[in-house]
Design a protein around this ligand. Structure first.
Ligand code: FES
Length: 107
């Protein structure tokens, strides 16, 4: 699957990711600026916060209770509909591509 990361300065990076990888892991592995993933993907730090672009929202599973709580603790304010934790977005066979905006700050 292809994941495109949009930085606040307009820079974009697209990476090709194997099924079963999380969006957070894909970002960290590829050195994408602005995604930290401090807790290692356990929905406990909110430093993998992203704003998912509208067309891709429906393809994602709903926000879990843990994710929902953590999204209230993000450094950049939570967006009503587009905020997700990158570690909770898994690349599956049914997700061919996704585009996300990286928020201004994670800490
Ligand atoms: Fe910590 Fe996602 S990596 S909440």
């Amino acid at each position: 699957a292809k994941i495109t990361f949009h930085q606040t300065n307009g820079h974009t990076d697209t990476v090709d990711v194997a099924t079963g990888t999380s969006l957070m892991r894909a970002a960290v592995t590829n050195g994408i600026h602005g995604i930290i993933g401090e807790c290692g993907g356990q929905a406990m730090c909110a430093t993998c916060h992203v704003h998912v672009r509208e067309p891709y929202l429906d393809a994602l599973p709903p926000v879990s209770e843990d994710e929902d709580e953590m999204l209230d603790c993000t450094a950049t304010p939570r967006h009503d509909t587009r905020s997700r934790l990158g570690c909770q977005i898994q690349v599956t066979d049914s997700l061919a591509e996704i585009e996300v905006d990286i928020p201004e700050s994670q800490v």
